[in-house]
Design a protein around this ligand. Structure first.
Ligand code: UDP
Ligand code: MG
Length: 323
């Protein structure tokens, strides 16, 4: 029998929070009226996470685990988990640090039953560092302004998706994945569910600043043509300015006679436009990098090991899901 719901959780070096996660999820499973299978993905942890996952999956058949061959990053770990779902109804995506309270499942499911294929959680408030909160707020607002699709404000990957939405995402072979954007792009009926985001329950953030920036850049460069359009705009504006400047000089020459302009202005302009050109090449490069990796068609993740009771998942051919 397929479960009604899958909960998918990517984990990277989360041994500190694991016992709390396990307790909270088991409590949820015990009192839930749904049949649920939890899919845990170890994203190449170097601590005891995979050991704890292994134990849990062996002792409780409601937990399936897979171990990736190395750290592929949060979005790839989620992608791996999404290819493994076998739920008949819906899939809930949460972080392992309990910043996305699993207990909200029931609330999200009610909205799903009302006919929403995507129920995404919206952070009404968040208990994180000052700069991180500002960065997130600003980023989501800029992205919403420039993205070619409507990506809702303050929503992360925490969501409940209908099985068909997950199946559709699984057919999207994008290399640089920004799942919350892909989720919006799909369409269907979508709705936000407001919650206040707690701080992580133990351990420390596994997202490095570099990974966070990469995610933000993926959001912008995968869902917006604005940066490249802006270059054209910049080129056109500077050309207009130079034509106007040329006309003014001509007028000056024929009226008050020739007045030589300052040397500093020339140096300044050379440096300014040198900078503008380098930034422009960089922006084009950002798109090119994504094309480069996309044409290579490398697998998005590699599964090293399945820790799953195969009899429970006979309706899902796991091995063929290894991209
Ligand atoms: N994570 C992952 N791979 C990574 C980084 C993070 O699977 O390379 C997982 C992590 O274990 C957690 C979730 O992604 O379950 C969110 O990460 P984290 O809480 O560190 O991010 P933050 O909430 O600080 O943005
Ligand atoms: Mg977190």
């Amino acid at each position: 029998m397929n479960p009604e719901i899958n909960i998918i959780i990517p984990l990277y070096n989360e041994e500190k929070v694991f016992p709390i996660l396990k307790k909270r999820i088991i409590e949820l499973l015990d009192k839930s009226k749904f049949s649920i299978i939890v899919i845990l993905v170890d994203d190449g942890s170097t601590d005891g996470t995979s050991l704890l996952m292994r134990e849990l999956s062996k002792e409780d058949e409601r937990f399936s685990s897979v171990i990736l061959s190395r750290n592929f990053g949060h979005q790839s770990a989620l992608t791996a988990a999404m290819t493994l779902v076998n739920a008949s109804e819906a899939v809930m995506i949460i972080d392992g640090d309990l910043q996305d309270p699993p207990e909200l499942l029931e609330d999200l499911f009610i909205l799903y039953k009302e006919g929403y294929d995507v129920v995404y959680a919206v952070r009404e408030s968040r208990k994180e560092g000052f700069f991180k909160v500002i960065f997130y707020k600003l980023f989501y607002r800029i992205l919403q302004k420039i993205a070619s699709i409507d990506i809702p404000l303050d929503s992360g990957d925490f969501s409940l998706l209908s099985r068909r939405v997950v199946d559709i995402i699984n057919t999207m072979p994008e290399e640089s994945r920004y799942l919350r954007g892909m989720r919006s792009w799909i369409g269907f009926k979508q709705i936000g569910f407001k919650y206040s985001r707690p701080d992580r329950q133990a351990g420390k953030t596994q997202y490095t600043l570099r990974q966070l920036l990469k995610l933000a850049m993926n959001g912008i460069f995968n869902f917006s043509e604005f940066p490249i359009k802006f270059i054209t705009f910049l080129g056109a504006s500077t050309m207009s300015v130079s034509i106007i400047y040329f006309l003014i000089t001509l007028v000056k020459k024929f009226t008050i006679g020739y007045v030589p302009d300052g040397f500093t202005a020339i140096i300044f302009l050379i440096i300014l436009f040198g900078g503008v050109q380098l930034i422009s090449i960089g922006i084009i490069g950002e798109y090119l990098i994504r094309v480069f990796f996309q044409v290579k068609k490398r697998p998005l993740f590699i599964i090293k090991e399945f820790i799953i009771d195969k009899k429970d998942i006979k309706n899902n051919d796991f091995n063929s899901k290894q991209f």
